[in-house]
Design a protein around this ligand. Structure first.
Ligand code: 4NP
Length: 152
């Protein structure tokens, strides 16, 4: 059965759209379903931030067709694993959980990485460099996640 993975950040325009595109690029559709969402409602219906679209394109991934949506409690039943980009996202997701089983589905993305960073920093108010940095943080975590799913 396909593993269903949800990537979550605050706005669903910078980090989680990249995480969705990167993880999708590593596994075929028969193996995995990946989606993304934001805990906030600011940008619902919008495309990813142009800087995320550009950095993804630089590495051969097209995320331009994604559209922002907000995380809802229904996502706990739709998805097997939910990855939060930072601790604040994690707290906002877990606040909507109804039981321990739902809480157990939520992880920090970078727990699945060898990086010293434990959070994917919010790049929204920074420059282009921040997007290069988060691309690599997310990519290394997604390499490990893809291996885990293949060997499951
Ligand atoms: P994201 O970045 O959570 O990685 O999508 C942000 C996008 C928008 C805002 C904050 C962070 N905002 O305040 O509008």
């Amino acid at each position: 059965m396909r593993t269903k993975v949800l990537m979550v950040c605050l706005g669903n325009i910078c980090r989680s759209p990249l995480a969705e595109g990167i993880l999708k690029s590593k596994l075929d559709k028969k193996t995995i379903l990946v989606d993304s969402a934001g805990t906030a409602s600011y940008h619902i219906g919008k495309k990813p931030d142009g800087r995320s679209i550009s950095i993804a394109k630089k590495y051969g991934i097209d995320i331009s067709q994604q559209r922002c949506r907000q995380f809802t409690a229904k996502d706990f039943s739709e998805f097997d694993i939910i990855y939060a980009m930072d601790r604040s996202n994690y707290a906002n997701i877990v606040a909507l959980a109804e039981n321990e089983e739902q809480i157990a589905k939520v992880h920090l993305l970078l727990q699945r990485s060898n990086s010293t960073h434990k959070e994917v920093p919010d790049p929204y108010y920074g420059g282009e460099d921040g997007f290069e940095e988060i691309y690599h943080l997310i990519d290394s975590a997604c390499n490990l996640i893809a291996q885990e799913i293949i060997h499951k």
